[in-house]
Write a protein that binds this ligand. Sequence first.
Ligand code: GLY
Ligand code: MN
Ligand code: MN
Length: 443
Amino acid sequence: MPTVSIEKAEFKARRERLLAMMEPNSVAIIPAANEVTRSRDTEYAFRQDSDFFYLTGFNEPDAVLVLSPSSETPSTLFCLNKDKLAEIWHGRRIGFEKAKKDYLFDQTCALSELTEQLLNLVNGQQILFYAQGTYPQFDDKVWELLNTLRGAPKKGYKAPHTIKDIRGLVHEMRLFKSPAEVRIMRESCEISTQGHMRAMQFAKPGATEYQLEAELHHHYAMHGARHPAYGTIVGSGDNANILHYTANSDVLTNGDLVLIDSGAELHGYAADITRTFPINGKFSEPQAALYTIVLAAQEAAFTEVRPGGTLSKANKLAMKVLTQGLLDLGILQGDLQELLDNQACKAFYMHGLGHWLGLDVHDVGDYKKDEKERPFEPGMVLTIEPGLYISLDAKAPEQYKGIGIRIEDNLLVTEQGHENLTASAPKSISEIEALMKKQATNR
Ligand code: GLY
Ligand code: MN
Ligand code: MN
């Protein structure tokens, strides 16, 4: 079971850093997520809003964080009232008294006091930081509050004259992972790599895609990560060519590959790993040929993941390898430079090379800085995930049709270069075949 976690003092320090970046006469309102109905009176598993979680570590729905640098109590949390009946039916609530002590807020209030207290906290401030559009019901509450402040100057009310989006500041903070965040991400990546290995060992013709999904999710939960970080993709055969395939409903066929894109979520932090392997444990020649190209493309891209490197340069390196490989196999024809100039490989590699990774699987943080692409810096975590997708209806030699391959790892940028957090998930053809052979009796 994981022993890593983030100290409450770190969440407090994050609030203090954000407060220090805010203008003195400003106030930020940051709502938590709400529960979402799945069907009638049942809800989806609750997932906290990532920004709210980053600043609080508080995992209950409907709460609200208010930050106000010039206030005597710069950080205020509003949270669900203690309620005996609601707690008997739905679960325990921390309550505002305990929340203050346990989560190190300057002030905590019951949610029932929100409207009244928010009026006091926002009145007279010049700038309101609020990320509109995420929670429409809460937007209404904020507009109502502003209208009340605007409508009663005789009562001494004064509404902020400017509304700003707090996300720019928070997302820049989230882009750089602290040592504690890195420890958690290492662990979520490790749990996930082992989940992938479990799926490789379980795979056999006749099993279903959703059974492989179940193997992964079982492993995550049994190792302390109850939920996957996103909808697991298990695409066998031509299904691998559907980039966001999550139906996971087909039976695995002897001779096909299966592409699994799955990662656990631990303390909110995502892993995002893709491995592609043969259902019967042995790559065919055309499968191996395409697989070797994708793996070489990923290795080429890795060389650019270091301080000063960029995602677009890494992608250029990957695309060069993919294009040369497709040319060698006769899937593309023509002059290499011309094919590169025309980005011809994009017909078989339709997505980007990677993305930031953190509390969100497609994590926040600007990809540009001062109008230019931002170079990698230590503390950033990103995925590198080249692929080749030759669908059944592609214009390609017959033996390559119905093959989809993606290989995805999670890299932490370090002073020296990078650390591959998902390196222990088997990736070379020989490693995969050796692991699957061990379980040959299962198949
Ligand atoms: N799992 C989604 C992605 O790889 O971006
Ligand atoms: Mn992925
Ligand atoms: Mn990804």
